[in-house]
Structure formats: C-alpha cells, structure tokens
Design a protein. Structure first.
Length: 134
C-alpha cells in the first residue's frame, strides 16, 4: 500500500505505486467536511446496501465506479472499518493490469528500483513537455 497527498489536502491510499500503474482504493479528506471524511471503493455488490445506511452516501466524482463516502467515522466500529478497507484493497487489486500485479510480486528492492525508474521517466517527460511550451 502506498499513500500520497493530492487534490488539495487529501490522503490517498493506493494498491501499488501510481508510477507503475497502481490504483487508488480509498481517500481521506484531511481538510474539510464538505465531501465526507473518507471515501472508498465499495464495489458493485455492496454499493446499493451501503448507500442505504445512515451516514454513508455516494462519493462525489466516484459514485459511478461504486465508491462510498462516510460523513463521520462512527458509521462503523473499528473492526468493520478494517473489513471495509481490506475489501476495497482486494477489489482494487483484482482490477490491476497483469503487469502491475506481477511487479507488486517482485522482491522489495527490485520493486523499489522499478518505481524509481518509472518515477524518473515520468518526471523527465513532464520536464520536456514544460520546456516545449512557449
């Protein structure tokens, strides 16, 4: 699992690093109460059941892909939150491209090296695009 801070003040949780094609499975709004405290992938099977629960609602921008947003932390007890987030992680892992899943199975040092290489390539590409703009 990888964590990043992006889109203002959101803590985003990823299955695999986004540099190698990882996908996010949850995000926590660290700044405001505007869109909920936490949003996560519920999956098509659980989505309808969860949106009927008090304190849970379709996640802004992500509801079409079966994400839920919780307005408060006490919607679930700790063990239930752990189960929800484990399920979100597992659902996201299943959606990874085969090459990404294979990369995540690499030994730690090899995976770290691959991520560093991909990150450097992304940075170089961004730099060359920025230099090409008038």
């Amino acid at each position: 699992m990888v964590e990043t801070e992006q889109w203002g003040h959101n803590l985003v949780f990823w299955v695999g690093d986004k540099a190698i094609g990882g996908k996010m499975f949850a995000l926590i709004d660290l700044d405001t109460e505007m869109h909920g405290k936490i949003s996560y992938l519920a999956g098509a099977e659980r989505y309808a059941e969860l949106v009927e629960m008090e304190g849970l609602l379709p996640a802004p921008y992500f509801a079409r892909i079966y994400w839920i947003s919780a307005e408060r932390w006490n919607v679930f007890r700790t063990a239930a939150w752990e189960a929800e987030l484990r399920a979100a992680h597992a659902l996201t892992f299943k959606k990874l491209a085969p090459g990404v899943a294979k990369a995540l199975a690499l030994p730690t040092r090899s995976l770290e090296q691959l991520i560093a290489e991909k990150t450097a390539a992304i940075a170089a590409k961004s730099k060359s695009k920025a230099a090409a703009k008038p």
